[in-house]
Design a protein around this ligand. Structure first.
Ligand SMILES: [Zn+2]
Length: 290
């Protein structure tokens, strides 16, 4: 079962989060027929958003990555209930693998932005973004948090894809410095991080998120353990309200063709059909408004 933990190290001034989400990445891989490189990139984004949303009490967080690479835009969303969903524009990209590591940075690209949208169910939605530094996602997220949100952060994210394309391991951790952290505490952590094994190595060895945080800080206090699941919140209602946004012109075309509107959700691949009479009714409403 995928889950994220939120912890504080004892006698040290950091916040720590770690996630294990293999099952979720495997679910999305099957749903969207992701190529290995697409699984790796979207899986990292999902692990990242799981870490970011681990302390939400309400609302949701959307992580958007657009680096101009062959994968196109990556979206990953997490909410306060531990529900995650995600999608990648071009899920069937295959790149030549020159080393053991999948070339995620190349597939994502680095000419673009990473942005985080916080929708806490209030009137306003908060969005901030920063430039991509490598397209590897973990580095980009660390840079975003440190520069754009001004919380010095270390991020590790990883997805291990098997030779048959299935997901063998996925997860990550996030460490954030509290303002009270002393120089020597930071130096000590940096030293540990420098020679720290990769997250996929640790998860493949059967290490849990709690184990990984204990390797970083000898003693930790777990504040919360939150189960995660892949869940999409699309519905017939949402699809119909999306049609309103298409506008009169597009809807007129559907009516002329005498075709019901078919919409496939990008996140869960569920198919929705809006019957012709419903399309006509929506169009009628739009016309009366204008
Ligand atoms: Zn959906």
């Amino acid at each position: 079962m995928a889950y994220v933990v939120r912890a504080i190290p004892l006698n040290k001034n950091f916040r720590a989060f770690a996630v294990e989400c293999k099952d979720i990445v495997e679910t999305v891989r099957k749903l969207q027929a992701l190529s290995p490189i697409a699984s790796a990139a979207l899986g990292r984004a999902l692990a990242g958003v799981a870490l970011l949303s681990a302390d939400l009490k309400t609302g949701k967080i959307l992580l958007q990555i657009n680096g101009g690479g062959p994968l196109g835009e990556i979206l990953a969303e997490g909410n306060w209930k531990g529900e995650l969903r995600g999608t990648v524009k071009n899920p069937h990209v295959y790149l030549e693998i020159k080393s053991k590591k999948l070339p995620v940075g190349e597939a994502v690209g680095k000419k673009g932005f990473i942005s985080v949208v916080r929708d806490l169910g209030l009137k306003e939605v908060y969005q901030s973004s920063s430039k991509l530094v490598s397209g590897e996602i973990a580095e980009d997220l660390a840079y975003f948090l440190t520069v754009s949100e001004q919380i010095p952060s270390a991020v590790s994210l990883g997805v291990l894809v098997g030779t048959d394309g299935s997901i063998l391991a996925a997860g990550g951790f996030l460490i954030q410095k509290l303002p009270e952290a002393k120089e020597e505490e930071i130096a000590e952590l940096e030293k540990i991080l420098k020679n720290f094994p990769s997250i996929t190595t640790l998860l493949s060895q059967g290490k849990t998120p709690e184990d990984i945080l204990r390797m970083l800080f000898s003693e930790i206090k777990i504040l919360e353990r939150r189960e995660l699941k892949y869940k999409c919140n699309c519905s017939q209602e949402r699809v119909e309200s999306m049609l309103v946004a298409l506008g009169e012109k597009e809807l007129e075309d559907f009516v002329k063709k005498k075709e019901p509107v078919e919409v496939i959700c990008h996140f869960c691949r569920k198919k929705y059909v809006v019957p012709l009479n419903k399309v006509k009714a929506i169009l009628e409403k739009l016309r009366n408004k204008s």
